[in-house]
Write a protein that binds this ligand. Structure first.
Ligand code: UD2
Length: 316
């Protein structure tokens, strides 16, 4: 089978590409390298095609879609604060860009598009664990853009018969997550701090919790979503069904790394949600997904990666 992975040089994209190559598929990556890095594809570079363009360029997308069976569409602006500062830029990439992907996939007669949705569509819901029937109520332009992408995809299913699945990722962590900005995923920040001998910073009291899902599990969900018959048209949570507080996580990291992980507490971040936890019943039932790499094991892999790639972490 031939797969197009948009955003394939990114953190989640490159893990997905690794898994596709491991299974012997043909892979085309389309990535403008605005946040992805070509080094993320070093291991598989010789076995894949890379097109360095943005999803905002419909003509290039059409070219990249030729002969493709499945599109895994991960290219996006991923930062919530960035979307607050410049909502039009987030819309241009996440909404207009997604519409381009759908048009190109429809015209190339692609079998199915799998889309990187987000827990951000739920906003600050009080229903925990959160299942997919909780009404979306995003609280950021980023969340709105992910919901718009999802709705467009479902409309392309109903209007043109293009199969579409939205995977609502929870807090993804693992190797290749870039700790380089204050808004990078918290676990990449914690790892980089411990490696550099710095104190991890916790915004708030550290009792906020997240459903942290290892990137390898997410890559597997992406592949399952291409094939699972009943998934077409659905939004599906991809998390673990568990949640850990930041304080619990630091205690685990101290045990795993053998380094002191005493936090420096700072005022809470504006707009932070308190708790997040996925109900993954639908992913289990429809995709046959289960988060095979557990939290501690995922943290171990992540720590090993940070230790072996000091260069990436020195920018943190
Ligand atoms: C996640 C997603 C975001 C969006 C959102 C929807 C990531 C990186 N972000 O945001 O894209 O889907 O969920 O709700 O997955 N924190 C610290 N110290 C740090 C960095 C963060 O204490 O150095 C805290 C932060 O204030 C928050 C928690 O850690 O309470 C998680 O922060 P995050 O930026 O990793 O992810 P989140 O849940 O805000």
């Amino acid at each position: 089978m031939r797969y197009l992975v948009t955003g394939g040089a990114g953190f989640i994209g490159s893990s997905t590409v690794d898994e596709l190559v491991r299974r012997g598929h043909d892979v085309v990556v389309l990535d403008d390298l605005s946040s992805g890095k070509i080094e993320n594809l070093d291991k598989v570079g010789a076995q894949i095609e890379v097109v360095q363009h943005s999803i905002t360029d419909l003509d290039r997308l059409r070219g990249a879609c030729r002969g493709v069976d499945f599109v895994i569409h991960l290219a996006a602006r991923t930062s919530v604060p960035q979307s607050m500062a410049d909502p039009r830029d987030t819309n241009r990439v996440n909404v207009d860009g997604t519409l381009n992907v759908l048009v190109a996939a429809r015209d190339a007669k692609v079998k199915r598009v799998v889309f990187a949705g987000s827990t951000a569509v739920y906003g600050d819901t009080l229903t925990l664990p959160t299942n997919e029937s909780v009404p979306p109520a995003p609280i950021s332009p980023y969340g709105a853009s992910k919901l718009a992408g999802e709705i467009y995809g479902q409309v392309f299913g109903r209007s043109y018969g293009l199969e579409f699945v939205s995977l609502r990722y929870f807090n993804v962590f693992g190797p290749r997550q870039d700790p380089g900005s204050p808004y990078s995923g918290v676990l990449s920040r914690f790892h980089a701090a411990l490696l550099g001998g710095a104190q991890p910073i916790v915004f708030g009291d550290g009792e906020q919790s997240r459903d942290f899902v290892y990137v390898g599990n997410v890559a597997e969900a992406n592949l399952l979503a291409c094939e699972a018959k009943e998934a077409a048209g659905l939004a599906i949570n991809v998390g673990t069904g568990n949640r850990y507080t930041l304080n619990q996580t630091l205690a685990l990291l101290e045990k795993i790394t053998g380094r002191p992980a005493k936090a420096k507490y700072a005022p809470p971040r504006e707009g932070d949600i308190r708790d997040s936890q996925a109900d993954i019943t639908r992913a289990r039932d429809v995709l046959g997904y289960s988060p095979r790499v557990g939290f501690e094991e995922g943290l171990r892999h992540t720590w090993e990666w940070f230790c072996s790639s000091q260069g990436a972490t020195s920018r943190a």
